[in-house]
Write a protein that binds this ligand. Structure first.
Ligand SMILES: [Zn+2]
Length: 341
């Protein structure tokens, strides 16, 4: 999804010395600048009354960020104000981390876990109709006796690509399933009968925990890589998928939570410094050094290290109204181990 070798949308600006990302957003977009740009262009062509608000939210996603420390464990994270738009690459990434955490316990608890892929043959039908058909076929297919007798449950993810050769869409479903052995030839025949012509299915053992993490992480992040599509294709896919479910569960996987929610221990996380204050005071304030060290290494931060005092001081000198950090109870916390500097 993310390619780093392409030119940056915005060069990283520094205001506090070499190596200081001006904002958490600047720090975060480095890994996916091409996808950010492709998404921004497509969002800019959307219409509707909330269009400007949506663009503003996208452009400022993760700009405002602050470090938080867990009162009991000392763990350090970054919390940030995010746009939560479906196609925002930064928010997609966060969503996929959340989903990996939710899906893995189920995946590791079942024996005979498999990767199962169902594809539709290329067609010139409107994309909207192709997606409707895929979902309808999938529901019908799962109810067939051979499948319902052998599959106890699963998680499905919608994905879509466009053929470079023909320019036709290629919608498909990736599933993680708990099942008995099933014959690929038989599965293909049944899929062909259900879809009236599509016969490509793939089923294979899921492999180890790392492979499961990679699989869920990749397919749950976003249904398509927008940077691989031309602009009309991006606009078409965003509109065709608007308001649609892009993943789901059934059977033994039904209890998995797919909707992000605030952490159960949200009130345990305390503000220890804004992103800008901490980076701005690096190497001149022990608190900033300790906070960044903990964030980079994943080591706990000892109690008492905080930029609160200096933030209060700066605020009193500039006569700004001291605002409490945004209510991070309503926001999601980042896992610093996944954001190495
Ligand atoms: Zn976002």
């Amino acid at each position: 999804m993310c390619k780093s070798e392409t030119p940056l949308v915005h060069a990283i600006e520094t205001s506090g010395g070499k190596g200081m990302p001006r904002s958490y957003r600047d720090h975060s977009v480095v890994a996916c600048n091409e996808e950010m740009l492709a998404t921004r262009e497509a969002y800019a062509l959307q219409t509707g009354k909330n269009q400007q608000r949506r663009l503003d939210a996208f452009d400022t996603c993760r700009h405002r960020a602050w470090f938080v420390r867990h009162k009991d464990t000392g763990d350090l994270r970054v919390a940030a104000k995010s746009c939560k738009l479906r196609w925002c690459p930064l928010c997609s990434k966060k969503r996929s981390w959340f989903l990996v955490e939710q899906i893995k316990p189920w995946a590791q608890s079942v024996s005979r876990l498999k990767f199962f892929t169902l594809t539709l043959k290329h067609s010139d039908a409107p994309l909207h109709d192709q997606i409707n058909n895929l979902y309808k076929f999938f529901q019908k297919y799962r109810k067939l006796k051979y499948l319902s007798d052998n599959i106890r449950g699963g998680v499905w993810f919608f994905q879509i690509k466009k053929s470079e050769k023909s320019g036709q869409w290629h919608p498909h479903l990736h599933c993680l399933i708990e099942s008995n052995y099933m014959d690929r030839e038989k599965l293909s025949q049944l899929w062909q009968r259900t879809t009236l012509g599509s016969m490509v299915v793939d089923i294979r053992k899921a492999g180890d925990s790392a492979r499961i993490t990679e699989y869920v992480g990749r397919y749950s992040a976003r249904p398509s890589t927008l940077a691989e599509l031309d602009l009309p294709g991006r606009v078409e896919v965003i509109e065709a998928l608007h308001g649609r479910r892009l993943m789901g569960t059934w059977g033994t996987a039904k209890a998995i939570t797919l909707t992000m929610k605030k952490p159960d221990d949200a009130d345990k996380w305390e503000h220890v410094g804004y992103w800008s204050t901490v980076w701005g005071c690096l190497k001149s304030d022990i608190n900033a050094d300790k906070i960044l060290h903990a964030w980079k290494t994943g080591e706990p931060l000892e109690a008492g290290y905080s930029m609160r005092e200096i933030e209060n001081f700066i605020d009193s000198k500039t006569e700004r109204v001291l605002k409490e950090p945004p209510e991070h109870k309503q926001l999601y916390l980042f896992n610093n181990r996944e954001l190495p500097i």
